[in-house]
Design a protein around this ligand. Structure first.
Ligand code: ATP
Length: 348
């Protein structure tokens, strides 16, 4: 069991605010991802849970017990970093075994536990190699096995995939997902990669400048972003955000008009839509504008316009072709649009 409660956590260094009022309960066995751009406070939040950083204010509880005063070694959290942190002169077996020796686990248990952990990350054939004789992906798996072997209450993972190449990242990501499912350990995972967040998380916490912007399931934050920051951070490509005005259910911006919006608002707004919800052509198109660029994606063609103060994308059929500068019509269905306050960016 490990339910983690973060109660009104703040971290300040002098007048600089690293994390502001982080307040969240992480359920036992939940896979929680902290997502946001560089410097938004993800690592600091995780380091406070690990005991490597003291909160300036607020309480951290595990299963209802306050742990603020506990040393990192007494917190039962296993950390995996992007920089593997392996001992270069120990072989894989000894690297994985290391936490058992440190924690004075009876040596009669070591072999079985190391073998079980190494099998889980498919390292059985590499046990006698030194880290220098391994690939980046294999080293990261040693780091994972070293965390698993401890049988901790909590896994803390700080960008564990960021040093791997794109292909290896995808396969190791799947392995982490599978491990977390199998081990049933509460996991907090830090990343700035929204695809990692979407694929791994039970819940995602989107952060910006030390402040939590939204907490929700991947589908929640994709379908109902709380503000323009979240909308522009989630999805590939990110949500298109157009500047314009709304009146009588019609949004108007430069080179774009969308009718039939279910809204009684009037005045300036930011309208969001996703490229995959829009289409080329249509009987009453919302856009009639020159094509700015085209990208062939294999399964689709991404058509880009410059409308309403923004670069706006439409996902077209894979065979669609148009010349740059050619005027093309596109339809953005009203039912798929999101409206945000033009000033605050909050969802309306
Ligand atoms: P990254 O993805 O780049 O690791 P992050 O979201 O994990 O970023 P943090 O490492 O949590 O960001 O840092 C949050 C902010 O706090 C940053 O602006 C950072 O410069 C600042 N910060 C971190 N540690 C300290 C410190 N010891 N003293 C002062 N400021 C710090």
């Amino acid at each position: 069991m490990a339910e983690i409660q973060l109660k009104n956590i703040h971290k300040r260094w002098g007048s600089f605010v690293g994390v502001e009022n982080f307040d969240l309960t992480i359920a036992d066995q939940e896979f929680l991802v902290l997502l946001g751009p560089s410097g938004c406070g993800k690592t600091t939040t995780m380091r406070m849970i690990a005991g490597l950083e003291d909160p300036t204010e607020g309480d951290i509880l595990v299963d209802g017990k306050r742990i603020n005063h506990l040393e990192p070694k007494d917190r039962d959290c296993a950390m995996v970093f992007q920089s593997y942190a392996l001992y270069p002169n120990l072989d894989v077996y000894e690297n994985i075994r290391f936490p058992l020796r440190m924690r004075k686990v009876p040596s009669s248990e070591h072999k079985e536990r190391v073998m079980r952990a190494s099998a889980m990350v498919e390292l059985d054939d590499f046990l006698h190699r030194k880290p220098a004789e391994l690939s980046g992906g294999q080293r990261q798996r040693v780091a994972l096995a070293r965390a698993i072997v401890r049988q901790p209450n909590v896994f803390l993972m700080d960008e564990p995939l960021s040093n791997l190449d794109a292909k290896l990242r995808v396969s190791t990501r799947a392995q982490i997902k599978n491990l977390s499912h199998e081990l049933k350990v509460t996991t907090i995972y830090v990343t700035h990669d929204q695809i990692e967040a979407m694929t791994l998380a039970d819940r995602v916490v989107v952060m910006s400048a030390g402040v939590v912007q939204q907490v929700g399931s991947p589908t929640d934050i994709y379908d109902n972003p709380a503000n323009t920051f979240v909308a522009s951070f989630i999805g590939s490509p990110a949500m298109n955000l157009l500047e314009g005005t709304i009146e009588g259910g019609t949004f108007t911006g430069k080179d774009v008009k969308i009718t039939g919006l279910h809204s009684t608002l009037s005045g300036p707004v930011t309208l969001g839509y996703r490229a995959e919800d829009a289409s080329i052509g249509g009987d009453a198109p919302s856009v009639n504008a020159p094509v700015y660029s085209m990208e062939l994606l294999g399964d689709a063609t991404m058509v880009t316009f410059r409308i309403a103060g923004a670069i706006a994308t439409v996902k077209a059929d894979k065979d669609f072709r148009a010349k740059i500068g050619e005027t093309v019509a596109a339809t953005i269905p009203a039912a798929t649009c999101h409206l945000f306050d033009a000033t605050s960016g909050e969802r309306l």
